[in-house]
Design a protein around this ligand. Sequence first.
Ligand SMILES: Nc1ncnc2c1ncn2[C@@H]1O[C@H](COP(=O)(O)OP(=O)(O)OP(=O)(O)O)[C@@H](O)[C@H]1O
Length: 240
Amino acid sequence: MNAPVAQLAVNAIAVENLRFSYGGAPIALDIPHWQVPQGSHVFLRGPSGSGKSTLLNLLSGTLAPPKNQAATQLQIFGQSLAALSNRRRDRFRAEHIGVVFQQFNLIPYLSVLDNLRLAAHFGRGGDVRDRAESLLQQLKLPLSLLSRQAQALSVGQQQRVAIARALINRPQLLLVDEPTSALDRDARDAFVDILLQSYSGVENTLIFVSHDTTLAQHFPVVADMRDLNQAWKLEAADVT
Ligand SMILES: Nc1ncnc2c1ncn2[C@@H]1O[C@H](COP(=O)(O)OP(=O)(O)OP(=O)(O)O)[C@@H](O)[C@H]1O
């Protein structure tokens, strides 16, 4: 009799014994174990200072992962980030990971299309205009915005363009850090709806960070930094 074919569970994120501190500062992050299966949509919450941005920056490779810690594992789709040089980590991010950070980081004097072209240049390349038009349509933005300078857009439009830029290289992992803080409640819900619609593929993994716990209802999985980050527990315990 044939053995059943094992279903391979692919982890988008696999973290073991991840400890990180900024220079000589006290340890900011200590995560013994965290795994996120591919295709998960995770809402990551936690108080100010609990390490959400630090974790996202480590996952995206924007912060260099800790080296020389034998027990530490920080893998994205099975690739250890610590095993990559800075340059290869940048390339890995451009090809596999989309990021939307609090400040959007669009280049203000470039047109929307050129912002998207620049992101595509560092990633997969290909026909940017077609892809840009289809993303703008998904994000319910007029195509006329493509030729407009990023600095001439409203904040809401900039947020959607920041999503388009993050998605231009068809990332398998999307990291979104508190992009809704300037919006009112209805606009926040609409933003999250549109983000989820634009990134709905079954293999797409999303980590969405926010203080705003009312947004958690949009996500099937909720993680809390107070559970993940042992350093935060220590810090909290120190002050009580
Ligand atoms: N560049 C830095 N240099 C030194 N310490 C830092 C730096 N950035 C963050 N920290 C410290 O690391 C810890 C985690 O900060 P982090 O910004 O990751 O938290 P957060 O949960 O994202 O907070 P917030 O919700 O306020 O953005 C805090 O104690 C913070 O003071």
